[in-house]
Structures are given as structure tokens and as C-alpha cells.
Design a protein around this ligand. Structure first.
Ligand code: 1CP
Length: 348
């Protein structure tokens, strides 16, 4: 595709991701769209999650809601990591209060053979929604996203959310060839989902490997990193910065960066200072306020936000975010106040 709008190279988000100087620290929140907002609950009334992801009008409205309300420095595309899997025909649903549930888990070669590659024709509604959004957003960059092969594999192999990922690890160790073939297919799906969003005008992409912190570094490098690298490489020609994030990944930060990220997401268990020490100067960092601290008294929260901004100033580039997603019962006014505070204390 050659008709992509120019990514917003001068936006604070893209500049920070490329380790360039910024007028203020850019800030957005993982799961900034969603149940913490009454206007989200209103438009989602009676519409299933997957259905809402296939409606460009709803995707546009929901993606814009937190931008209007909080004045964040980026929009995150409203979708879900399992949307491309549903698009290629996996029988799954996103169940309220549970998450993605797969009707028939993928555990054999025959199951993998029934999982096709993703093409743009599978997701016309994604291209349409990104184009609508980019036109509406003006100077605010849109972040496209996808789930990384390990996290997608976990949902497919377990059949739903999992604490211990036991079937996933059993497959990884029991049939390494099938594991690698499954992850290679998922890397194609994930990479193509990122590429479609970037080609339609997203200014940055984030690859979520939410649950990969369940692995030690040696297993990560052997079983996961090459596939995450392949997914990220799918957008390499498109001049969009690549953010890579997982939960509980303190031991994996450098290996996740080496998968091809420009920005490494840091959860709240590792300080930004320690993260930078582990990553060196080749990557910007994103994070890392504990989402639970949004419930703490303002004075305590303010002190924490200030210290994260200060630590971030010593990083090669810093995008302020939470260490994981906004919790559904968060007071949205607190999020708005955090955005104002980050902008105020980081203004250069
Ligand atoms: O009916 C509803 O409201 C469903 C709740 C919901 C929403 C609003 C789900 C189900 N997904 C989403 C949207 C979503 N999912 C977004 C866009 C919103 C935004 O960020 O502002 C994004 C980026 C995701 C990505 C996602 N989905 C991840 C990676 C991020 C993370 O939180 O680690 C993961 C792991 C999922 C799976 C998923 N989808 C939904 C839930 C509840 C879950 C997690 C289930 C589990 O615990 O395993």
C-alpha cells in the first residue's frame, strides 16, 4: 500500500519513541478506552465485544472517548488481541467478566492446519476504522496493536484465560516442532494485523505479550523471541515505532527489546531506572505506574507520578503509562489529573 497518511513524526509520542527531544513527556494509558468510562458503557449497551470491534463507527467513537476526556498524547485503537483470530475463522467469543474463550482449543497438527494466514480481506473493518480515526484525530497519533505469538498461543491452547499456562508449556516442551509451527503462523497473523493498521495510518504499534512473564529467559529466547521478532518485522518498512510490552517481564526486558522493539514496556514491578540499566541506551521505555495506585490518596499518587517522570528523564526516551491496564473501577477523573500532572512536571 502506498496511500498511507504520513505518521505524526513530530508528535511527542513518536519523538519519545525514537529517543528524540520532546516538549513534555507523552502519556497514554493501556485500556484507557473501556469500562472505567460511563460514555463507553453507554455506547456498548447491548452490543457484544466482538461485534463492536467490527463496527467502524463504534470503534471510532470508543477510541476517541479517552482522548477527548483525558487529553492523552495518543489514542489506542479499540479492538482486542483475539480479533484477528476470530477474523480467520477461530470459533471464539469474548465473554464479559472472563475474556476470550475458544470453543475448541488448538493442540494438534490438525488443529494448526485449520488456522489460515491473515490477509487484509479478512479485516476490511479494521482498515476502515483506522482511516476514519486518523482523519478525526488530527495531531494525536493512533497506536495500532496486536497480541504477540506467545500470548495468542496461550489463549488458543488453553482455550481461555489461564493462570499457569500448563497446556501451553506442555505443548512447547512436548512437541517443539508443532509449537514453533503454531507460533510462526501466529506471528504471520499478528504481524499482518499490525501492518494493516500501520498501512491505514496508525503512527505507532504495540505488540502485547501480556503473559510471557510466565517464562524464564532461556525459554523465552528459544521458544518465543524469534516469533515475536517476525511479528514486529512485518511493520519494519513502514516507519512506525514499535512498542513491546508484557507483564512480569523484568527478567526478559533486554530479550524483548532485542526482538526488534524501539520502546520496551515496563510493568510496575521494576523501576524505570533498573529497566534502563538492563536495556542500555538503544531503547525508549514506557511505563510504569501501578494501576492500583490510582486508588491511593492524591498526595501519595502525585509523589509517585513525579518520581516516575523524573526517572523517565534519565531514560533515552520515556512514554508515561501504567504498568498494566486501567482497572474497570478506576475513577476517570484521577486519570485526567495524572495526565495534567505529567504534562506540567515534564514541560521542558
Ligand atoms: O465487554 C467488554 O467490555 C470486554 C472487556 C474488554 C475490552 C474493553 C476486553 C476483553 N478487551 C477489551 C479491549 C482491549 N483489549 C483493548 C483496547 C482498549 C484500550 O486499551 O483502551 C486492548 C489494547 C486489548 C488488548 C488485550 N486483550 C490484551 C493485552 C493487554 C493486556 O491487558 O494485557 C489481552 C491480554 C486481552 C485479552 C482480553 N480481552 C478481554 C479481557 C478481559 C482480556 C484478558 C483476559 C485474561 O485475563 O486472560
Amino acid at each position: 500500500m502506498t496511500d498511507a497518511p504520513t505518521p505524526l513524526l513530530d508528535s511527542p509520542l513518536v519523538r519519545a519513541a525514537r529517543r528524540q527531544s520532546v516538549p513534555h513527556t507523552p502519556v497514554w494509558f493501556m485500556r484507557q478506552a473501556g469500562r472505567s468510562l460511563p460514555e463507553y458503557r453507554a455506547v456498548r449497551e447491548g452490543v457484544g465485544m466482538l461485534e463492536s470491534c467490527r463496527r467502524p463507527d463504534l470503534v471510532t467513537e470508543i477510541t476517541l472517548q479517552p482522548v477527548r476526556r483525558h487529553g492523552v498524547d495518543a489514542a489506542i485503537f479499540f479492538s482486542d488481541i483475539v480479533v484477528p483470530l476470530a477474523a480467520v475463522g477461530v470459533d471464539l467469543d469474548i465473554v464479559a467478566g472472563v475474556g476470550p474463550v475458544v470453543a475448541k482449543p488448538v493442540r494438534t497438527r490438525a488443529d494448526l492446519d485449520r488456522l489460515p494466514e491473515l490477509t487484509p480481506e479478512h479485516v476490511p473493518y479494521i482498515t476502515e476504522a483506522v482511516r476514519l480515526l486518523v482523519a478525526e484525530l488530527g495531531d494525536t497519533p493512533l497506536i495500532g496493536f496486536a497480541g504477540a505469538p506467545f500470548t495468542l498461543a496461550s489463549y488458543l491452547v488453553e482455550g481461555g484465560p489461564s493462570k499457569n499456562h500448563e497446556h501451553t508449556k506442555a505443548l512447547m516442551y512436548g512437541d517443539p516442532q508443532l509449537w514453533h509451527d503454531l507460533c510462526a503462523r501466529l506471528a504471520q497473523i499478528s504481524g499482518e494485523f499490525l501492518r494493516v493498521q500501520a498501512a491505514a495510518g496508525a503512527s505507532a504499534v504495540q505488540l502485547f505479550d501480556s503473559w510471557v512473564g510466565a517464562l524464564p529467559r532461556t525459554d523465552y529466547e528459544r521458544f518465543v523471541q524469534p516469533h515475536s521478532a517476525a511479528a514486529l518485522a512485518a511493520v519494519s518498512g513502514l516507519d512506525v515505532p514499535k512498542i513491546h510490552f508484557g507483564v512480569g517481564t523484568g527478567e526478559l526486558l533486554a530479550s524483548m527489546g532485542a526482538a526488534g522493539a524501539d520502546v520496551v514496556g515496563v510493568d510496575f514491578r521494576v523501576s524505570l531506572t533498573d529497566a534502563v540499566a538492563r536495556l542500555g541506551d538503544r531503547y525508549a521505555v514506557q511505563g510504569n505506574l501501578d494501576p492500583a495506585l490510582l486508588f491511593a490518596p492524591w498526595e501519595a499518587l502525585e509523589a509517585k507520578v513525579r518520581s516516575i517522570v523524573e526517572e523517565g528523564k534519565a531514560a533515552p526516551g520515556h512514554i508515561f503509562n501504567l504498568g498494566h491496564g486501567v482497572l474497570p473501577s478506576t475513577d476517570p477523573d484521577v486519570l485526567t489529573r495524572v495526565v495534567e500532572l505529567v504534562h506540567e512536571v515534564s514541560a521542558r
